[in-house]
Design a protein around this ligand. Structure first.
Ligand code: PRP
Length: 176
């Protein structure tokens, strides 16, 4: 068993698979936003590693900011209540926004943030999601750039936690 108890994990996506996918996503985003004022917004905490790797595959000038929302327990999750606990530092009015998320489960976090950010009058908003879990969806949200689709399993690693642990795993795994 490894130091982090990894033997209980089944690897879903290796470090190399993730890297190759992000190269692809970065190429698409570079192509689509050439000549535009792109701002990438990472949703903390889960997306911090994905956002950091993604922006290094985007080959145009890009502004980066982060927003943190409250993490809710399963009981309150269904209410759709999301609270911003760290807002953006920069004004996004007139800018092209790309919201970067590690995973979309119910869709409630992304839906809330899309509505909130739209009210700030950006030029456009799109979403880039590393993991899409469609079976868990409660509300429809647009996913413009998608890394992988996953079954309804509990995934950890590459930014995703279980009880705040395992964000530092370089791969994505699920707990058996
Ligand atoms: C996770 C993930 C997304 C959200 C997705 O964040 O990073 O932000 O849940 O779930 P949803 O589609 O059902 O809204 P979490 O609340 O665990 O906080 P964290 O990013 O700080 O780990």
């Amino acid at each position: 068993m490894g130091e982090q108890g990894e033997s209980a994990f089944k690897i879903l996506f290796t470090e190399e698979q993730i890297k190759n996918k992000i190269i692809e996503l970065g190429m698409q985003i570079t192509r689509d936003y050439k000549g535009e004022n792109l701002t990438v917004i990472g949703i903390l905490k889960g997306a911090f590693i994905f956002a950091a790797d993604l922006i290094r595959q985007i080959n145009i000038p890009v502004a980066v900011d982060f927003i943190a929302v409250s993490s809710y327990g399963s009981a309150t999750k269904s209410s759709g209540e999301v609270k911003i606990i760290k807002d953006l530092d920069i004004s996004v009015k007139g800018r092209h926004l790309l919201l970067v998320e590690d995973i979309v489960d119910t869709g409630l976090t992304l839906k809330y943030l899309l509505e909130n950010l739209k009210s700030r009058e950006p030029a456009s908003i799109k979403t880039c999601v590393l993991l899409d879990k469609p079976q868990a969806r409660k509300v429809e949200v647009p996913i413009d750039y998608r890394g992988f689709t996953v079954d309804n399993v509990f995934v950890v690693g590459y930014g995703l936690d279980y009880d705040q642990k395992y964000r530092n795993l370089p791969y994505i795994a699920y707990l058996e």
